[in-house]
Design a protein around this ligand. Structure first.
Ligand SMILES: [Zn+2]
Length: 44
């Protein structure tokens, strides 16, 4: 799941599975679709 977090006056989108932060919601969603706790092969 992607969660929006406000930091330094910006909204960041965090992948709850691995904690990666993105400044673009689409990037976060794309990452999330490739992010699997069982499969760390996809690394941003
Ligand atoms: Zn992730």
């Amino acid at each position: 799941m992607v969660v929006a977090t406000e930091r330094d006056g910006m909204t960041w989108y965090e992948c709850e599975s691995c904690g990666l932060m993105f400044d673009d919601q689409d990037d976060a969603r794309q990452h999330e679709s490739n992010c699997d706790d069982e499969d760390p092969s996809y690394i941003q």
